[in-house]
Design a binder for this molecule. Structure first.
Ligand SMILES: Cc1cc2nc3c(=O)[nH]c(=O)nc-3n(C[C@H](O)[C@H](O)[C@H](O)COP(=O)(O)OP(=O)(O)OC[C@H]3O[C@@H](n4cnc5c(N)ncnc54)[C@H](O)[C@@H]3O)c2cc1C
Length: 414
């Protein structure tokens, strides 16, 4: 009999596994607990702001080859838009100055040696200190490897690494920081061009994946939450969704692509990250003034990145646990004041929404990194996937997609 692979979880890890398997001609069934796919990378219609908004603005870099490969396969490359150059304009609200980090296009880090292309008050050797990360030492906090102080750290390394790791970089895992640097700056500006999804995350990452699956023998069930696994003789034999058990035949396989806390409710003995960091996003329904850059880094403000789309202005705060006790009204006001300082917008708040994702990613610390499991499990036909599995990367789209691809390859051998 032909193989069927059940994929539990319709986030990007699950969709990536399903798309990979479908591309090999395997029958796939995605079971998603909620009424929509996308997980932590999704869009929804928001009544308060009157907009379709993303749970959070997501950035890809041109070096995210797995994520871009996934988009290419599902025919969605045209739904993201990439900056022509790896230029990152910043506005420092504390010192009231603007400057641009311009990483150029070449492999050599010539930008470090050009004061017009690096942060103010920094020297080339401040950035060359990153080379210390490349030494193969046991995983430890970044502050034990680099001096997490000074203008180059505060103005360049901290904001870029915080965005990638969603964890204060000084307490972050040096292994994960190394992986981020190796996949981006160490490859030159060509790997650091930012990509955004101006038409929304679901339009780019989710809807085309669903269409691809449906066109390639894929089936998707929504509001279908896995409650329990049935197993005998080292293999999963059934999937209990509460409304009935789906049989898993001897030739079939399962990819469990759900978040770590959900995976532990299914497999209590599973070792998995259990500390998380929040992300706050703000969305304002307003046409931005003309001439603004699509993406602006903010220093010494509340917002960390402000994005100017055609029909809205959005802002992101990573590692945002300190803001979980603020009301949404307070956050909207604080963030809008930052927007007012960097763009010619009215003082009055436009229609807005604040999205707080409390468990946006696992905390990218050495202790949490050590808790990430591999793909294989005690059951020969059950693979794990998710941005929190041991991909060597922080919890990002790239990590989720890679984990899905790995799980697909694993179950093909099972
Ligand atoms: C606000 C925010 C901003 C972010 N920004 C960026 C960014 O700029 N760049 C970047 O690369 N990454 C970013 N990320 C991270 C990125 O979104 C995640 O790494 C990625 O989406 C994780 O995908 P996943 O499939 O591993 O997990 P999830 O998206 O969590 O998917 C898991 C799915 O499993 C489902 N599920 C749970 N339990 C069950 C069950 N029992 N049965 C069936 N289904 C179940 C869930 O409903 C969910 O759909 C951001 C995340 C957030 C929250």
């Amino acid at each position: 009999m032909a193989k069927t692979v059940h994929i539990i979880g319709g986030g990007l890890a699950g969709l990536s596994a399903a798309v990979d398997l479908a591309a090999r001609g395997v029958a796939t069934v995605v079971h998603e607990a909620t009424d929509q796919a996308g997980g932590r990378c999704r869009s929804y219609d928001d009544a308060q702001s009157g907009m379709r908004i993303d749970n959070g603005t997501h950035i890809l870099l041109s070096g995210n080859t797995a994520a871009l490969g996934f988009l290419d396969r599902i025919g969605a490359t045209k739904l993201i838009s990439g900056a022509p150059r790896a230029r990152f304009p910043f506005s420092d609200l504390g010192l009231n100055r603007r400057w641009t980090l311009d990483l150029g296009a070449g492999r050599l880090p010539l930008w470090m040696f050009d004061r017009r292309r690096r942060a103010p008050d920094t020297r080339a050797r401040d950035y060359l200190a990153l080379a210390r990360l490349m030494l193969p030492v046991p995983d430890r906090t970044l502050s034990k490897v680099l001096n997490c102080k000074g203008p180059a750290y505060e103005q360049v390394m901290r904001p870029l690494l915080l965005a990638a790791l969603n964890t204060d970089p000084s307490e972050a895992s040096s292994d994960l920081v190394r992986a981020v640097v190796q996949g981006s700056i160490a490859q030159g500006g060509g790997a650091c061009r930012p990509y955004l999804a101006p038409h929304g995350l679901s339009a780019a990452f989710v809807e085309p994946a669903i269409a691809y699956l449906k066109n390639n023998r894929g089936v998707l069930y929504f509001s279908h939450q896995l409650r329990r696994l049935d197993a005998t003789a080292g293999a999963v034999t059934g999937l209990d969704f509460g409304d009935g058990v789906v049989a898993v035949g001897p030739q079939d396989a399962v990819v469990l692509a759900i978040p770590p806390w959900a995976a532990r409710s299914i497999i209590p003995e599973l070792k998995a990250p259990d500390e998380f960091r929040a992300i706050v996003n703000a969305h304002f329904r307003i046409t931005p003034p003309s001439g603004v850059e699509p993406m602006l880094g903010i220093l010494n403000g509340t917002a960390e990145w402000i994005f100017f789309f055609d029909d809205r202005i959005s802002a992101t705060i990573s590692g945002a646990d300190r803001f979980m006790h603020h009301t949404k009204d307070e956050l909207a006001g604080m963030i809008w004041r930052d927007v007012q300082r960097v763009a010619d917008v009215p003082a009055e708040l436009p229609p807005w929404q604040i999205v707080r994702e409390r468990r946006a990613t696992f905390a990218a610390t050495p202790a949490q990194n050590a808790k990430r499991p591999g793909i294989g499990t005690a059951w020969r036909n059950l693979a794990l996937a998710g941005d929190w599995t041991d991909t060597g990367l922080p919890a990002t789209i790239e990590s989720a997609v890679r984990s899905g691809t790995r799980a697909a390859a694993f179950v093909m051998q099972s």
